[in-house]
Ligand binder design. Sequence first.
Ligand SMILES: *Cc1c(COP(=O)(O)O)cnc(C)c1O
Length: 419
Amino acid sequence: MTAKIWHPFTQHGLGQPIPEVVRAEGAILYTDDGRAIIDAISSWWVQTHGHCHPKIVAAIQQQSAQLDQIIFAGWTHAPAQQLAKGLSDFLPETLDHIFFSDSGSTAVEVALKMALGFWHNQGQDRHRILVMDHSYHGDTIGAMSIGARGVFNQAYAPLLFDVGSIPFPDQGCGQAALDALTAFCADQNNPPAALIVEPLILGAGGMKIYSPEILAEMHRICQQHDVLFIADEVMTGWGRTGTVFACEQAGITPDILCMAKGLTGGVIPLAITAATAPIYDAHFSEDRAKMFFHSSSFTANPIACAAANANLQIWQDEPVQQRIDHIIKRHHDFARQLAKHQNISAIRQCGTILAFEIYDTNGDYMSALGPALLSFFAERGVLLRPLGNSIYIMPPYCITDRQLSTIYSVVEEAIDHFA
Ligand SMILES: *Cc1c(COP(=O)(O)O)cnc(C)c1O
């Protein structure tokens, strides 16, 4: 008997088919039964330039024949050094300490540990983490603790640590969120260690959008009260919201910034938690007990770093921003077209991400519409994976006009079909 594969976020009991992909190129996935599928969600928000970009493929091939893996505690290598140097062209000047890990979840865990260590090493008793309602920061226990609670983490709820939650700053409710943040920050009995947010758009929480002005104001309140500000740019980073990082649109520099998904062009796992000098300095000492106690076996794997360097090179050499701007314009036009439909609502766009809700009485993640829509799209050659009754499009930047048009027309077909 062969062992069975247990897929993530998959209810095997429903017996839904699991298509097999054998090859991919650009925005297209090719299946074992000879179909070509348009990857309209960038393979779960990671792919930026498209599948099997030749420069990233070449970088991985070269690096894997040169130096494949090396311990990073007390040792170093050129691909990591080059990446840290290259990132300074993309990050604010003060985010100049680069810590490596392997996934978005670990980048977030590292950020939390950095923030807690920052206060601990200065002899301050600050442990409370502030979060925003509906946020998602990953699936490890720490990341789940600071994320929205629901059916996803019910089984583990008693083990998740307490946080301070501020309401999501929905349109017209921004002040309530800011007031809640101020109240937490000013609480002398339990001063917070840090606020962590997904800037401008909450991904897994349902593609919920809020303004750069609110983001800037949250940052200002944290600064005013000496509360660290952590930006989880795991999804938003590398162009997704229209700028390389979403924080740019609010004109803010967080104390700690997490990135992962698009860092290697979405090809191979790698994550970075970037921190400012004060965070690093709080761990800098002749006292070994104050060092930053975090590592994983593959920290700064040279092959992954080489892929990330190729990603940075592509951003420098190719018209990536133009491709992004073009998607933004096409989405904008399609959003106007969508507005003519009756049974949909909450049409919203943040950079290359376009989302809306299809009418459903049970409009949460467990909405029965989700799986039905998923199959509907798959049968028509488009990979779209709605979040409950929220449909969103998040294509890789290499998507062609024709491919975008196909996605749009299949989406309109679905709206009519499920009306
Ligand atoms: C995907 C995601 C994570 C988790 O990243 P993984 O690489 O899947 O662990 C964390 N934060 C945000 C905002 C994400 O979208």
